[in-house]
Write a protein that binds this ligand. Structure first.
Ligand code: HEC
Ligand code: HEC
Ligand code: HEC
Ligand code: HEC
Ligand code: HEC
Length: 372
């Protein structure tokens, strides 16, 4: 009996494999976009290509992969993988493709639901499937039907996965909506227009396409755009203003740590700094979320019922931090630096993450003030 069951499953995967377009299949025509996509976190979103996600998933649950609905959404056996009836399969391109090209481009609507929003899949196994996008007049392609859809313009297409997420206990553990519960212009900031052709043969004769790198916290270039810092000094009070320039809160995901480091230098010696060892000593200039469970202990997002620490700053808003400092004199220099960790060093240690680019600090904008 068991044998027959697994045989049937394999047969049905095999059947479908010939239909569902892999991300690689898009490369035949959309070379530029494919090259960017494979380097993006969307392509690397599953346990097969993201060490951090895999380790956290295993810490949460060894068997079930409830995360698949956002991290591996194109898989055919989504329900079975989520419930733990079946295990992820490294030989299935529909799984290793992560948030695949075709998965994103066949979403036609976004539904509201309490725990998180849900993508409505449009694909029914057609030989010539419909892909949605935002081109005014797409050149007729013999590979797929192109169709314009408002959600690829107003960024709603991002919200099926990025809006927010509640854990099983009904507590919200991440959020990329803004404070008005609205979707900001995700596409405008994360998919900038780039020189090059959309399609290899440039049938549409376009000179630009939208970037599919989806750069974010893993990119130094983007980290430099996160905030603007302003410094002023008067009567032994140093004032730092932190402006969040992004369309979402500074902390959207609870693994991150972001902060401002401020030092005062006199004769090239540091005479004052806003924290000694740990940036979170400075309650006003550090941004971090730590959860607690029902017993009040620090917990994983999956067991959280409340915040232990919630230091965040909403979209497009700013905060003023005042420091009582030693009296400054001519020649002194004040330097504030934005620093961002993909994973707060404490969590990285716990999870034994060793990949250099994931555990190193990303140094963002610097602002300085000279006393004349
Ligand atoms: C509702 C959709 C959704 C679900 C369900 C979901 N995630 Fe995520 N996850 C996201 C999004 C979107 C991001 C990127 C968020 C950000 O960077 O702000 C993300 C990012 C992450 C990251 C950070 C990865 C990195 O590159 O640093 C980890 C770790 C993670 N998720 C683990 C999980 C685990 C484990 C589960 C299941 C227990 C899960 N997620 C379920 C949407 C989801
Ligand atoms: C045989 C060539 C070919 C292949 C393979 C191909 N496309 Fe296309 N695609 C085109 C052409 C041609 C256009 C129109 C370009 C233009 O008008 O400048 C297009 C346009 C698009 C658009 C824009 C649609 C719109 O209405 O705005 C999307 C999205 C798209 N393709 C996605 C994909 C995805 C995803 C894959 C892989 C599953 C893929 N394509 C594979 C040729 C192809
Ligand atoms: C099907 C689910 C899904 C959809 C739709 C989706 N994303 Fe994502 N996105 C994810 C997941 C999951 C991650 C995190 C992957 C990881 O780090 O493991 C992610 C990561 C990202 C990141 C990278 C952040 C970093 O780690 O640096 C950016 C930026 C992003 N998404 C923007 C967007 C935008 C903009 C849209 C809409 C055009 C969108 N996403 C649509 C699931 C989705
Ligand atoms: C005004 C520009 C802007 C808008 C609008 C914007 N972002 Fe971002 N976003 C950024 C910048 C800059 C970063 C990188 C810096 C950082 O992560 O601290 C970023 C980071 C991210 C990250 C990674 C954050 C983390 O800490 O893990 C995700 C995921 C993301 N954006 C998704 C979205 C989504 C989804 C939307 C739409 C709801 C959106 N962004 C709207 C500028 C923007
Ligand atoms: C996370 C979702 C997401 C993924 C993954 C994704 N796209 Fe897109 N793509 C979009 C959105 C949103 C737009 C429309 C943005 C706009 O025009 O403002 C778009 C636009 C396009 C266009 C039209 C280009 C243009 O300049 O308007 C093509 C072609 C395309 N995508 C192909 C692909 C291919 C091929 C892949 C994989 C290699 C892919 N996409 C992966 C969301 C995605």
């Amino acid at each position: 009996m068991k044998f027959i069951f697994s045989f049937l499953v394999i047969a049905s995967i095999g059947l479908n494999a010939s239909n569902y377009p892999s991300s690689k299949s898009c490369n035949e025509c959309h070379e530029n976009i494919y090259r960017e996509h494979v380097s993006s976190m969307h392509h690397k979103s599953s346990i097969f290509k993201d060490e951090v996600h895999k380790k956290v998933k295993n810490a949460v649950n060894q068997d079930k992969y409830s995360c698949a609905i956002c991290h591996m959404p194109a898989t055919k056996n989504l329900r079975a993988v989520m419930s733990g009836k079946e295990q992820p399969n490294p030989n299935s391109y529909r799984q290793t493709d992560g948030v695949s090209c075709f998965y994103c481009h066949q979403i036609s609507k976004i539904y509201d639901s309490k725990a998180h929003k849900i993508n409505f899949s449009n694909y029914n196994g057609e030989k010539k499937p419909t892909v949605f996008g935002n081109l005014k007049k797409p050149y007729e392609s013999n590979e797929h039907n192109s169709q314009s859809n408002e959600i690829y313009k107003n960024s709603q297409v991002c919200m099926g996965c990025h809006s927010h997420k509640e854990n099983k206990l009904g507590f919200e553990v991440c959020n990329t909506k803004n404070q008005y519960d609205k979707t900001s212009d995700c596409i405008g900031c994360h998919m900038p227009s780039t020189s090059g052709t959309i399609e290899k043969e440039d049938k549409g004769m376009r000179e630009k396409y939208v970037s599919h790198n989806f750069l974010g916290i893993h990119s130094l270039e983007m980290v430099k755009k996160a905030v603007k810092l302003e410094l002023s000094y008067e009567a032994e009070v140093l004032t730092l203003i932190i402006n969040n320039k992004m369309g979402h809160s500074i902390i959207t995901h609870p693994m991150r740590l972001k902060f401002v480091k401020t030092v005062i230098k006199r004769d090239s010696k540091v005479i004052w700094s806003n924290f000694e060892k740990n940036p979170i000593e400075d309650k006003e200039a550090s941004f971090i979320i730590v959860f607690k469970d029902a017993k009040g202990n620090i917990s994983l997002p999956s067991k959280a019922i409340a915040y232990k620490l919630n230091r965040n700053l909403k979209a497009q808003s700013s905060k003023v931090v005042n420091y009582k400092v030693p009296k400054l004199q001519r020649g002194d220099e004040v330097i504030s630096t934005w620093i961002s960790y993909i994973i707060s060093p404490k969590i990285a240690k716990k999870l034994q993450i060793t990949t250099k680019n994931i555990i190193k600090p990303y140094i963002g904008v610097k602002e300085s003030l000279f006393i004349y």
